[in-house]
Design a protein around this ligand. Structure first.
Ligand code: IMP
Ligand code: MG
Length: 177
């Protein structure tokens, strides 16, 4: 794109921090006595995951999964390649999936299905961002950070071509002049 991008802060660092603390509190209350497995979806969820688990005040186990969605209109929701699987046993345990952003919903829908196939007792979804406009699959988000409209966002783990993940604020990328 000629002229590159302009970037505008959409959700500031402090706002993110406060919301993640709240989510940690709610999850702690909901899962007290159940020792859930908290599973981060790589790469985008890294910072959200790290901040969230440190705001959870009950014992949890942690692991990561990496998935690439390749859904199309002709396929049912939830076709993905798992390129790095969960490695700790989740059979019989509640799992909390931690995702950066739910856009079409393909990734989360497929990963939930996969987690249930691994024998988890149930699978909750905690997403930092819900971007509903392009949703193709009906996914239930149990714990949500923020709902946003359209637009491409970066920062706090979210990337554009692997760039900008390190930004502390969540920003909207806008085409430059
Ligand atoms: P899905 O369409 O819900 O399967 O989302 C797939 C992935 O697309 C997400 O996990 C993000 O990594 C990426 N994604 C979707 N929208 C955005 C965005 O606005 N910024 C950065 N990444 C995005
Ligand atoms: Mg992602």
């Amino acid at each position: 794109m000629p002229g590159g991008f302009n970037m505008e802060v959409l959700i500031a660092q402090q706002v993110i921090e406060d919301r993640v603390r709240e989510l940690g509190g709610v999850i702690s209350d909901d899962f007290r006595g159940r020792e859930p497995v908290v599973v981060g979806i790589l790469n985008g969820a890294v910072f959200f995951f790290a901040d969230l688990v440190r705001n959870i005040t009950i014992p949890v186990r942690m692991d990561f999964i990496r998935a690439r969605s390749y859904g199309s209109a002709m396929e049912s929701c939830g076709k993905v390649d798992i390129t790095k699987d969960i490695e700790i046993p989740v059979e019989g345990s509640p799992v909390i999936l931690v995702e950066d952003i739910v856009d079409s919903g393909l990734t989360v829908a497929a990963v939930v299905e996969h987690v249930m196939e691994l024998g988890a007792s149930n699978c909750s979804v905690c997403a930092l961002i819900d971007k509903k406009e392009r949703r193709q699959c009906d996914v239930q988000i149990d714990y949500l950070g923020f709902a946003v409209g359209s637009g491409f966002i970066v920062g706090y783990g979210l990337d554009y071509n692997e760039k900008y993940r390190y930004l502390r604020d969540i920003c909207v990328l806008k085409p430059g002049e």
